[in-house]
Design a protein around this ligand. Structure first.
Ligand SMILES: Cc1ncc(COP(=O)(O)O)c(C=O)c1O
Length: 401
């Protein structure tokens, strides 16, 4: 489905660490942080061990705690909602926009207003099963997720969050290199979180970074990631509950090398996405990824198509697999994950747009080193798979390939 792009220069940087005496808490993390902050145009970047760790710390710093509400998307990787649960807060889901697949800003505005109003208005946003003693109240934070690299509608979300006193934490884990109205995704809210798992636009193996414009928050992140030590990281002096969310030097070195090539890595993915776009243009049974006007640059994370209603997706996946092409339904909604159904009583029908999108999406193999021939191979296999899987007489229009 994906493949990292590691260069000899990246490997040399990792070797440099391995030949040094500092494998953790050394200069590579600092170099990575300085260059990441500069790239994002933000004063502070704090490296952490994963995107999930970054989201957790961003919520702690936002003051989220037991019983608080955090408004977020059900169409995401599970970590964006789990982060609220780590602090005993309640993820309050709002349905998504059908083109961007990101949070619907009008839904966010209504949810924030209703949560603040409390009572029956608030109850309409809450799950059937709520934690014991849960009393509700205004949302503490909103986590817009920039799904598949496309930034959420940040201006209206920021405006309604400000109106209702909630902080916006951007989950930019999938939006490395993306821009919203000319500004980097992740640099627009109170904090922005990126993750560098190997399927991302750039990787560290495992790793993440939080960016913020607030010095006190950055200091708090540094303490929290390092077992709650005080600001000078004094030996074994712990002033708050902290975690081991440190990034090691090898990962930071790989990240530094990747960051220095990020524009090339993003451009390669743009080329592959354009190749898919062109070749899929004639296939009626397929809707290509949508763009919204506010997305001025997209750092492609995955290439996800939608299959026409009535297409047997499982049959398409099986037929593709038989031709040696992996594909994945992507994402299954968070609220319908077994753990969320069980704990919160969610059911099918709770978030109709998310579910409709989720039932029809299919991620195709995608990474920056794919050749045009490989894209051709995937698209040919997809055409054959659609012919076999679609019951209608002539489901696939003759394309202009
Ligand atoms: C939207 C989203 N949020 C959070 C994460 C978590 O990042 P990590 O895997 O680095 O913990 C991911 C990672 O895949 C993601 O896609």
């Amino acid at each position: 489905m994906s493949a990292p792009d590691v260069s000899p220069e990246d490997i040399a940087l990792v070797h440099e660490v391995l030949q040094s005496d500092l494998l953790s808490m050394g200069p590579m993390v600092e170099r990575f942080e300085a260059e990441w902050a500069a790239r994002l145009g933000m004063p502070y970047a704090v490296a952490v061990s994963s995107g999930t760790a970054g989201l957790h710390l961003a919520l702690i710093a936002a003051g989220v705690s037991v019983g608080d509400c955090v408004v977020t998307s059900p169409f995401s990787f599970v970590a964006s909602a789990n982060a609220a649960l780590y602090e005993g807060a309640l993820p309050v889901f709002v349905d998504i926009d059908p083109v961007s697949f990101a949070l619907d800003p009008d839904g966010v505005a209504s949810a924030l207003a209703d949560l603040e109003a409390g009572g029956r208005a608030a109850a309409r946003w809450l799950p059937r099963h709520r934690p014991d003693g849960w009393a509700g109240g205004p949302a503490k934070a909103v986590i817009p997720v920039h799904v598949f690299g496309q930034p959420a509608a940040m201006s209206p979300i920021l405006a309604s969050a400000t109106r209702h006193g909630a902080l916006v934490i951007e989950d930019a884990c999938e939006a490395i290199g993306s821009e919203y109205e000319g500004r980097p995704a992740g640099a627009l809210g109170a904090a922005g979180v990126f993750g560098f798992y190997p399927n991302k636009q750039m990787t560290m193996g495992e790793g993440g970074v939080i960016v913020t414009g607030d010095e006190a928050r950055a200091r708090l992140f540094r303490s929290l990631r390092n077992q709650g030590r005080d600001e000078s990281a004094t030996w074994l002096r712990h002033v708050r509950l902290g975690y081991n969310y440190r990034l090691d030097e090898m990962s930071a070195a790989l990240g530094l090398g990747q960051l220095r090539r990020l524009d090339v890595l993003v451009a390669q993915r743009t080329r592959v996405a354009a190749a898919y776009d062109e070749r899929l243009a004639g296939l009626e049974a397929v809707t290509r990824p949508g763009r919204i006007a506010t997305t001025t640059r997209i750092g492609w994370f995955v290439y996800v198509i939608r299959l026409a209603a009535g297409t047997d997706r499982a049959a398409v996946v099986a037929a593709l697999a038989a031709d040696g092409v992996p594909s994945r339904p992507y994402f299954p909604p968070i609220h319908l994950q077994p753990f969320y159904r069980e704990r919160f009583g969610y059911r099918e029908g709770d978030f109709p747009v998310t579910e409709a999108i989720s039932h029809t999406t299919l991620a195709l193999p995608f990474h920056g080193r794919m050749t045009d021939d490989e894209v051709d191979f995937v698209v040919s296999a997809l055409e054959r798979a659609l012919c076999r899987a679609t019951s209608a007489a002539s489901p696939v229009a003759s394309g202009k390939r």
